[in-house]
Design a protein around this ligand. Structure first.
Ligand code: TPP
Ligand code: MG
Length: 449
C-alpha cells in the first residue's frame, strides 16, 4: 500500500519545507491562531475563572405575544401580517370552546361511572388550538394526551371522540386504549401512549422519514409534550437526534406549571424548557400560550423554517393547567383553589380570543350562548349513541399483533373460551358479555377440547 502511494505523482500542494520555508515558520503556519478542539469550534478563551463559569439562569428568554389579557393587539403589531381572516379566527374560537364543553360532560360522566377516565384541556385551549391552526392538515402529530383540540381542529367528530372514550366496536383503535388515548390515521394523529416522552424520539424519526419520502417534503412532524415529560431521558434523545440528523420536527412544549402535583419550580432549575433549545442547536421561541394568535403565528413561522432549513424547532407555550391533572387527581391537595381561580380570571385564553373577535364584529354574546347550547346537545347525543353501541368481539382482542398468532396467545384465547363456556350463563357474566359484539359466542370455535 505504501509503495503504491509512493509511486503516485504529487499533484497537490508541496510540503512547506520543500518550498524553502524554515522548520519553525512551518510549525507556526501549521498551528491555527486559536487551538480549538472539534467540540468547541468557536469558544473564546478567557483566563478568568469568574468569566468562565456559566451560572444558573442566563438572561431571561423573552415571551412572544400579540395580544394583552383582554385580546387587544399590542402596540406595533401588524395585523395584516397575521393573515387571519374572520372565518379562520371564528373557527379557532369555536374549536377552543368545544374543549370545555366536552370537558364538562365527560368529567361529570367519569364521576357517574359511565366512563373510566378523562383529562381536561382547561386553561390550555389557546396553546392547543392555536398551534393546530398553524399546522398543515397532513403534518404528522405525535401528541402527549392533552391535545384533543388538535384532532377537533382537523375535523375529528364527536362520534369519533365518544367511540374512543366508550371503547365501541367502531373505534379506530378497536377499544384497546384507555379513554383519551386517541389516534387517527386519517387525521395524521399517531396513537397516544401513556408512558411519558416516548413520542419525542418517535417524532424525530418520523420527521427524518418525511424528509426522505418523495411527496412528503412539505410536511413536518409535530411533537407535543409537557414540561414534566421534558425531564424524561427520551426528551434528550429525541431532541438531540432531531438536531444532528436535521429532522423537520416542531417540538411544542406545553409548559402549564404542573406535572400532576410537581410544580414547574421543582421540575427544573433552568429558564424553562426553551433554555434547552440552544444547547441542542435548535432554534427556539417562547410564546404566551394563552394567546392563540401568537401561538399560531409562532408555529407557522417555525414550520416554514423547519422545512426550508431541514431542522427541528422548539416552541415553548407558557400556560396554566386550570383543571386537575386527570379524573384520578385532586389538585386541591397541592394547590389552593383560590390560586387557580385567580389565574383563570387574570388570564383566560377563551376570554382573550372572544374579545379579539368581538372587537372586530366577528362574534357576539348571542352566538356564544348558541354554541354553548348546541355543543351540549350534540355532545350528549353523541354520547348516548356511543353508549348504546356494542364493544368489540372478545375474540378480536387477540388479533393484529402478529401475522401468525403464536401458541401462547392461542392458549390464552382458548382459556378465555373455556371461562366463557363455564361462567357465560351466570347473571354477572351474561350482563358483561351482552356488551360485546357476538356476546362471547365468537370464542366457541377457539375452544380446545
Ligand atoms: C414514564 C412515565 N413516568 C410517569 C408517568 C406518570 N405521569 C403521567 S402524566 C405525568 C405528568 C406529566 O406532566 P407534564 O408533562 O407537564 O404534562 P401535563 O400533564 O402537565 O399536561 C406523570 C408523572 C408516566 N405516564 N410515564
Ligand atoms: Mg405540565
Amino acid at each position: 500500500m505504501l509503495r503504491t502511494l509512493a509511486r503516485l505523482p504529487r499533484t497537490g500542494p508541496q510540503p512547506l519545507l520543500r518550498r524553502g520555508i524554515s522548520r519553525s515558520a512551518a510549525r507556526a503556519a501549521a498551528r491555527p491562531s486559536k487551538t480549538h478542539l472539534p467540540g468547541h469550534p468557536e469558544s473564546p478563551y478567557v483566563a478568568r475563572l469568574d468569566a468562565a463559569f456559566l451560572d444558573g439562569r442566563p438572561a431571561g428568554i423573552p415571551t412572544y405575544r400579540l395580544t394583552d389579557g383582554h385580546g387587544t393587539l399590542l402596540e406595533g403589531v401588524d395585523e395584516a401580517s397575521l393573515n387571519l381572516g374572520q372565518e379562520e379566527a371564528v373557527a379557532m374560537y369555536r374549536t377552543m370552546q368545544l374543549l370545555p364543553a366536552l370537558d364538562l360532560i365527560l368529567y361529570a360522566s367519569q364521576r357517574q361511572g359511565r366512563v373510566s377516565f378523562w383529562m381536561t384541556s382547561s386553561g390550555e385551549e389557546a396553546a392547543i388550538v392555536g398551534s393546530a391552526a398553524g399546522l398543515r392538515a397532513t403534518d404528522e402529530v405525535f401528541a402527549q394526551y392533552r391535545e384533543l383540540g388538535v384532532l377537533l381542529w382537523r375535523g375529528y367528530g364527536l362520534d369519533e371522540v365518544m367511540n374512543q372514550v366508550f371503547g365501541t366496536a367502531v373505534d379506530h383503535g378497536k377499544a384497546r386504549q384507555m379513554p383519551v388515548h386517541f389516534g387517527s390515521t386519517k387525521h395524521h394523529f399517531h396513537t397516544i401512549s401513556s408512558p411519558l416522552a416516548t413520542q419525542i424520539p418517535q417524532a424525530a424519526g418520523a420527521a427524518y422519514a418525511l424528509k426522505r419520502s418523495p411527496g412528503r417534503e412539505e410536511d413536518v412532524a409535530v411533537c407535543y409534550f409537557g414540561e414534566g415529560a421534558a425531564s424524561e431521558g427520551d426528551a434528550h434523545a429525541g431532541m438531540n437526534i432531531a438536531a444532528t440528523l436535521r429532522c423537520p420536527v416542531l417540538f411544542i412544549v406545553r409548559n402549564n406549571g404542573f406535572a400532576i402535583s410537581t410544580p414547574s419550580a421543582e421540575q427544573y432549575c433552568g429558564d424553562g424548557i426553551a433554555s434547552r433549545g440552544p444547547g441542542y442547536g435548535i432554534p427556539t421561541i417562547r410564546v404566551d400560550g394563552n394567546d392563540a394568535l401568537a401561538v399560531r403565528s409562532a408555529v407557522q413561522t417555525a414550520r416554514a423554517r423547519a422545512i426550508a432549513e431541514h431542522r427541528p424547532m422548539l416552541i415553548e407555550c407558557m400556560t396554566y393547567r386550570v383543571g386537575h391533572h386527570s379524573t384520578s387527581d385532586d389538585s386541591s391537595a397541592y394547590r389552593s383553589a383560590s390560586d387557580v381561580d385567580r389565574r383563570r380570571s387574570a388570564d383566560n385564553p377563551l376570554h382573550r380570543m372572544a374579545e379579539y373577535l368581538k372587537a372586530r364584529g366577528w362574534w357576539n354574546d348571542k352566538q356564544e350562548e348558541e354554541i354553548k347550547k348546541s355543543y351540549r346537545r350534540d355532545i350528549v347525543a353523541a354520547m348516548s349513541k356511543a353508549e348504546k353501541l356494542k364493544r368489540p368481539s372478545l375474540s378480536s382482542m387477540f388479533d393484529d399483533t402478529y401475522v401468525d398468532m403464536p401458541e401462547n396467545l392461542k392458549d390464552q384465547r382458548a382459556e378465555l373460551a373455556r371461562l366463557v363456556e363455564l361462567y357465560g350463563e351466570t347473571d354477572e357474566w351474561k350482563k358483561e358479555l351482552q356488551k360485546h359484539e357476538f356476546e362471547g359466542k365468537d370464542l366457541a370455535e377457539h375452544r380446545r377440547r
